[in-house]
Design a protein around this ligand. Structure first.
Ligand code: 3HC
Length: 338
């Protein structure tokens, strides 16, 4: 197949390789690398059977695994409120949302499998602390208003971060993100609507909404990752077009989006330094407590222990389901073969 970057050929291992026209003294690997770079530069998608640098593959697995883990761990703080939702309507919405997060985890683990990394291996790394999940899910959900704050702020931050991932250079990740973002957008709206109802309710309900926003605002800003000058992976990930924008750029976008939304909600963002900067055409905001972020990453957040213990328990208790599914698949294979 002719591509702008060169020609597609199939290797003995079944890997499709874009090959760029060779120059003298160039090894086969150099040619493949050049063709990969050209494909990324031309905004083409890299697909599972294409040749890719091992470091590109490893970076994708790292980011996609962290993302998948965040989705399934993220089910816990909200699931905590399913039995206590204040109405049948709210309960149905919350159940659907938590179920969506499980689905997002599945799309992402499947997308990571296309890079040759099995789900078992990734889950094992999560359970043994060798891979991370988002810092945000190590904070407790103390009141019903937290469900609204998570929807508005946490899902809102996730969308800001993830919409550009729909244009990620790796095809399966980019395609998974399209559906995830559509669903996240509903999640964000249900949170906003919940907070709007509380904010316009009794003084006690308004105070509960404000308290939730006060507690979730700063951790939501930390979701975008360390500042650009401390972000180990951003430069390379942006060069490979895995990430399209830096952590600070996305954080700034999120702040600019939230300020008018907070005004419409009748709630205050807990930052005395937050103000419009006419010259920059953006909002200035206060300093983030990066010590707190690092502590949460090290496992010392308010709920790290609880989240990982619950995840390991859920995995152990689900062993019989995995065994039954494997036995059923083996049986079907036997029937098909006979
Ligand atoms: N929580 C935990 N770890 C974080 C983090 C956070 N908020 N932000 C950064 N880190 C980690 C990185 O993973 C990296 O550690 P590692 O080398 O062990 O992987 C280290 O801190 C340095 O950060 P970098 O900025 O160099 O890392 P990245 O270039 O990978 O950028 C990121 C971090 C912006 C989070 C990026 O990985 C990303 O965009 N990931 C995809 C989106 C994602 O993971 N979202 C999770 C949010 S929650 C969610 O989606 C669930 C939804 O239901 C709300």
């Amino acid at each position: 197949m002719e591509t702008p970057a060169g020609t597609m050929t199939e290797t003995a291992a079944g890997t499709l390789s874009r090959t760029a026209p060779a120059t003298t003294a160039e090894t086969a690997e150099d040619g493949l690398a050049r063709a990969f770079d050209a494909a990324v530069a031309a905004d083409e998608r890299i697909e599972p059977r294409d040749w890719m640098p091992e470091a590109y593959r490893a970076t994708l697995v790292r980011q996609m695994a962290q993302h998948a883990h965040s989705e399934i761990i993220g089910m816990q703080p909200e699931a905590n409120w399913i039995t206590r939702a204040p109405s049948l309507r709210r309960k149905a919405i919350l159940i659907a949302k938590v179920q969506d997060e499980a689905g997002h985890g599945l799309y992402l683990y499947s997308a990571a499998e296309t890079l040759g990394t099995g789900r078992d291996e990734l889950l094992d790394k999560l359970h043994t602390g060798r891979q991370k999940y988002s810092s945000i899910f190590n904070y407790p959900t103390l009141t019903w208003a937290d469900v609204g704050a998570i929807g508005w702020l946490v899902d809102g931050a996730a969308i800001t971060n993830q919409v550009p991932l729909c244009r990620c250079s790796y095809g399966p990740y980019a395609r998974a993100m399209v559906r995830i973002c559509k669903e996240e957008s509903f999640h964000q709206r249900q949170g906003y609507e919940l907070l709007l109802a509380l904010s316009g309710g009794t003084p006690a309900q308004h105070a509960m909404a404000q308290d939730a926003v006060d507690r979730w605002w700063w951790p939501s800003l930390m979701m975008f990752g360390p500042p650009d000058d401390a972000s180990a992976h951003s430069a390379q990930s942006m060069a490979w077009k895995i990430k399209r924008h830096s952590n600070d750029e996305l954080r700034q976008r999120f702040v600019d989006i939230c300020v008018p939304q907070a005004e419409a909600l009748g709630l205050t963002l807990p930052d005395p330094d937050l103000r419009w900067n006419e010259e920059r055409g953006r909002h200035d905001f206060g300093a983030i407590d990066w010590t707190e972020f690092q502590q949460v990453l090290k496992g010392n957040g308010p709920c790290n222990e609880q989240r990982i213990t619950q995840r390991r328990r859920a995995h152990e208790e689900g062993a019989w389901v995995r065994e039954a599914a494997a036995a059923y698949a083996a049986k079907r294979e036997e029937v098909t073969a006979s």
